[in-house]
Design a protein around this ligand. Structure first.
Ligand code: 8OZ
Length: 368
């Protein structure tokens, strides 16, 4: 199988192409939002020799948060927590990339310092609901539009978070540019109505993402930096009427930065974790963007073992990230390699809680 041939991504030598997708699980410490020993056990269970894990989205600053118990990457305690995770993954010969996250208008005032409103490109509320600090659903709030003068601070927060991730022993970082969060809010017209240099034209709307990318690259190096995009996604009230002109420009600009990889989300699974979706007759992001991207390309979104093998064999992607089935199958690469059945997942235990539905999914009997 092509999925089990080696692959170089940046400086990392993958021994197979079954990547663990970034998965929000909401089990960091209270208070402190620091990764715990249980989190390290979970990642260690899912690590494999030469296997790449993209760790869950990690808030880069106190204003970046979504919901309760997401693990930050901006305090000393959080960095120590991530170090335990990196050690657990490395003990199995795995590769750990940390995802850098600022949710912008998807946050809620109960999560913000001083109970302030979430920040965003423009004072436009997303349609739908989000999670409060206590884990309740609540309607999106109308965010506060960021001043132009505040943007360098946000860029600096990304760079510092990237440095923190490397200091914690992570092998690299992934910029979360997808699913309706801050950087995508700047990209898309529905959430960005700014009249300064960060709004209006495609070049202006892409400016913050590219400045963040340059800062992260400056902090940890292009070869340790990847980015995740969802050009056809609809999560968190996102979506551009005509994605191709916008995302072709963004991809061309990112290509100049020589990043380690581009990680795309196929629109087949754009529910961003909220529900099961399997849209039919949607374009393949990997097929559309492969010709625009020279370095490694990872794709994600509702793949099966068969469709993952097919897309890699066809050359549309170099690797495939699995989310939900990596939750319920800690040895997912081995199951795919041997054609073993997958353990079904229980959505009720995806977000929050403890070991149940987290570290208690079994490996195959023979895997030990
Ligand atoms: C599901 C629930 C909470 C967050 C994303 C980080 O959409 C997420 C997320 C998904 O990328």
């Amino acid at each position: 199988m092509r999925l089990f041939t080696p692959l170089k991504i940046g400086p990392w030598s993958l021994q197979h192409r079954v990547v663990m997708a970034p998965l929000t699980r909401m089990r960091a410490s209270v208070p402190g939002n620091a990764p715990t020993p249980l989190n390290a056990e979970y990642y260690g269970q899912r690590a494999s020799k030469g296997g790449m894990i993209i760790a869950e989205a990690s808030p880069i600053s106190p204003t970046a948060h979504y919901g309760p118990r997401t693990p930050g990457i901006y305090t000393p305690e959080q960095i120590e927590g991530w170090r335990r995770i990196a050690d657990a993954v490395h003990a199995k010969g795995g590769i750990l990339v940390l995802q850098l996250w600022h949710v912008g208008r998807i946050s809620h005032s109960t999560l913000q310092p001083g109970g302030a409103l979430p920040v965003a490109p423009s004072a436009i509320a997303a349609v739908g609901d989000t999670m409060t600090a206590s884990g309740q659903r609540a309607p999106f709030e109308t965010p506060r539009a960021l001043e132009t003068s505040e943007l360098p601070g946000i860029v600096a927060d990304y760079a510092q978070a990237a440095r923190n991730a490397i200091a914690a022993g992570c092998d690299g970082v992934e910029i979360h540019g997808a699913n309706g969060y801050l950087l995508e809010q700047f990209l898309q017209t529905r959430s960005n109505q700014r009249t300064d240099a960060y709004g209006g034209s495609i070049e202006n709307r892409a400016r913050l993402m590219l400045e963040v990318t340059d800062a992260v690259v400056g902090a940890v190096g292009a070869q340790r930096t990847g980015i995740r995009l969802s050009p056809y996604g609809r999560a968190n009230d996102s979506g551009e009427a005509e994605p191709m002109p916008l995302y072709s420009y963004v991809t061309a600009e990112l290509q100049k930065r020589r990043l380690a990889y581009l990680h795309l989300i196929e629109p087949r699974a754009s529910g961003a974790g909220q529900r099961e979706v399997d849209h039919k007759d949607v374009p393949s992001a990997a097929k559309l963007f492969r010709p625009l991207w020279d370095a490694a390309l990872i794709t994600a979104g509702n793949f099966t073992a068969a469709s993952a093998e097919e897309i890699v064999a066809a050359g549309h992607a170099d690797a495939v990230a699995f989310g939900r089935y990596f939750i319920s199958n800690p040895d997912l690469p081995e199951r795919i390699r041997t054609g073993a059945a997958f353990t079904p997942y229980n959505r009720a235990t995806f977000y929050g809680g403890d070991a149940k539905g987290y570290t208690d999914y079994p490996k195959m009997a023979s895997a030990g």
